[in-house]
Design a protein around this ligand. Structure first.
Ligand code: AMP
Length: 561
């Protein structure tokens, strides 16, 4: 199909041609004609990278009244970065049109600047739900003329605790609006929003429900807990032209892995919530520009990142929930590209693969950990290929006669060998006699089986959180409510806080995983939780003194259970 067949006007066609779009993506081919020719709502099941911004953005631009000073389209999106990306992308599509005004408002930025921008009344407003509510309360946004309401990455917005805000916003926009909901996955809460607030929506799906991108190959690699990092390095060495994200489960793990990689000479950096906004922007920019080859990231921090052509996604640890896996692996294999997703799992964690296969509707294959020899061979071929495609600098010519003269007594093979050695000796040295990591994990599986068959339950190392069964990981109920005290912390749903993050934070700050935490209740601005009385002092002291607790305030909730 061709963009000309979709019914878009010339200014828009010219702009997207300038952006290099040749043919519409699957979702664009379905959604654009529907929005232009019909009147109904749309539920679009599509991940980022499928071209959905243009799918809703182009028809909006085509139909808004650019002479009007009313806000006619509202796009809700989960993060600051996504808001900015959508606004930038829409501005590019509108580059040939006159009088289009697009404003993005999001949390974590000085509100006064945004208030000023709103004074000019944009026709298209892109917003995070929390900041929009704030601006609505200040009566600075006017939603009574909204014709299009877009819920972008709806599942992510719910994950971040924006459900109440979304419901409030939906109530405050005119009923006659058209509502478009885009989501990579379809949990029940999303179906409920569609049922309550949308009028006979058509469901347009790219791939099946909850399915990971079709052109992604999914692999798992069996590793021992103790060799996880070594396995990661082996994989990175095996893919010398990798451009990918290594997902970790906690901030601390992200920092540790990134730091080790940097020390070991990889072109890597970390992206996590402990960085300031400016630091995060800088890392994301470097990665976007490919000045950085490997990004080590937490799921939350990577949410705002829009990079379209990752070669690999590596799960240093699998996420707790399967939907997160879909999001992670969907970052590779985007618009017409193929990608590889590799999960590092211990034999104990292997059971987590089957349920993910069911959700993504795709099988995993086991990948053997490449041997040292395989890595060297791959790197060597890569270097030869690079050398063949290299255009030598003309400035070299003036030195050539001298160099040829100097080498005249060496034969061709010897010259090649020595030049390769210049690059490769270090790698060869490193991988000479390197351990067979596959054999070492097989050995562990065997000894675990042997010990089980001897009637023992197998050894239980207390090491990483990933060695522990998920449910009992910390969120265990303290036996008797009378033994607990209720505390509160100054983070809530609006900050994207969730039980997992609270538990991770307590792990990080105290460095002690045995502190018992009971019920956790999250309100928009605070989180309340029960703690074993015996541990309260330790917890408070850790929060008062640890640099990791910077910005967090915890206190006792007096007389209130
Ligand atoms: P999105 O899913 O909207 O985040 O888009 C992902 C990326 O694909 C963006 O960088 C778009 O500029 C790009 N893109 C969108 N539509 C097309 C298309 N039809 N052809 C090529 N690239 C596209």
């Amino acid at each position: 199909m061709n963009f000309n067949e979709l019914g878009l006007k010339q200014e828009i066609l010219t702009a997207i041609a300038e952006m290099g779009f040749v043919e519409p993506s699957e979702i664009q081919a379905e959604v654009i004609p529907y929005l232009l020719n019909e009147t109904g709502d749309v539920v679009g099941l599509a991940q980022t990278g499928t071209g959905k911004t243009a799918a809703f953005g182009l028809p909006i631009l085509q139909t808004i009244d650019t002479k009007s000073k009313h806000t006619q389209a509202l796009i809700l999106s989960p993060t600051r970065e996504l808001c900015m990306q959508i606004a930038t992308e829409m501005s590019k599509y509108a580059s040939g049109m006159h009088g289009v005004h697009i404003v993005a408002v999001y949390g974590g930025e000085d509100i006064r600047k945004q208030l000023k921008e709103l004074d000019t009344t944009p026709q298209i407003l892109v917003a995070t739900p929390g900041r929009l509510i704030d601006l609505m309360e200040r009566k600075k946004v006017h939603l009574e003329n909204i014709q299009y309401l877009i819920l972008d990455e709806a599942d992510e917005m719910l994950n971040m605790g924006f459900l109440d805000d979304i419901n409030t916003i939906l109530e405050k926009t005119p009923e006659a609006r058209r509502t478009l909901l885009f989501s990579a996955t379809m949990p029940n809460e999303i179906a409920k929003i569609a049922m309550n607030y949308m009028k006979n929506p058509v469901e347009i799906s790219v791939g099946k429900k909850n399915e990971a991108a079709k052109n992604v190959e999914h692999y798992y690699v069996l590793t021992k807990q103790s060799t996880r990092y070594e396995v990661l390095k082996r994989l990175l060495d095996y893919y010398p032209d990798i451009y990918g994200i290594v997902f970790c489960r906690t901030r601390q793990e992200t920092k540790d892995v990134a730091e080790k990689l940097m020390v070991d000479g990889y072109n890597a950096d970390a992206l996590h919530g402990d960085l300031s906004q400016a630091q995060r922007d800088s890392v994301m920019n470097k990665f976007r520009l490919r000045a950085l080859q490997i990004l080590v990231a937490t799921d939350v921090a990577a949410r705002g990142l829009d990079v379209n052509d990752l070669t690999h996604v590596i799960h240093y640890n699998l996420p707790d929930d399967r939907e997160t896996y879909t999001h992670r692996s969907g970052r590779t294999g985007r618009v017409n590209k193929s990608g590889i997703s590799i999960a590092l799992v211990t034999p104990r964690e292997k059971g987590a693969i089957k349920p993910i296969e069911r959700v993504i509707n795709h099988p995993f294959n086991q990948m053997e950990i490449p041997s040292g020899g395989m890595v060297c061979q791959k790197q060597l071929y890569y270097m030869v290929e690079k050398m063949q495609s290299l255009e030598p600098d003309k400035k070299l010519e003036r030195y050539m006669p001298d160099v040829v003269e100097l080498l005249k007594n060496m034969d061709r093979d010897d010259i090649i060998r020595r030049f390769i050695a210049l690059q490769f000796n270090q790698l060869l040295e490193y991988y000479h006699n390197s351990t067979d990591l596959n054999a070492s994990v097989q050995q562990e599986i065997k000894s675990s089986r042997d010990s089980k068959s001897r009637g023992s339950k197998g050894s239980r190392r207390g090491a990483g959180i990933d060695d522990e069964p998920k449910k009992s990981r910390r969120q265990m109920r303290v036996v008797d409510k009378g033994d607990t005290l209720r505390l509160k912390i100054n983070r809530g749903r609006k900050d994207g806080f969730e039980p997992k993050r609270l538990l991770g934070l307590i792990n990080d700050v105290t460095g002690d995983k045995s502190i018992k935490i009971g019920d956790i209740d999250i309100s928009p601005k605070f989180t309340f939780f029960d703690v074993d009385k015996k541990c309260v002092k330790q917890l408070m002291q850790a929060f008062a003194s640890s640099p990791r607790a910077k910005g967090f305030i915890i206190g006792e909730v007096k007389g209130n259970r």
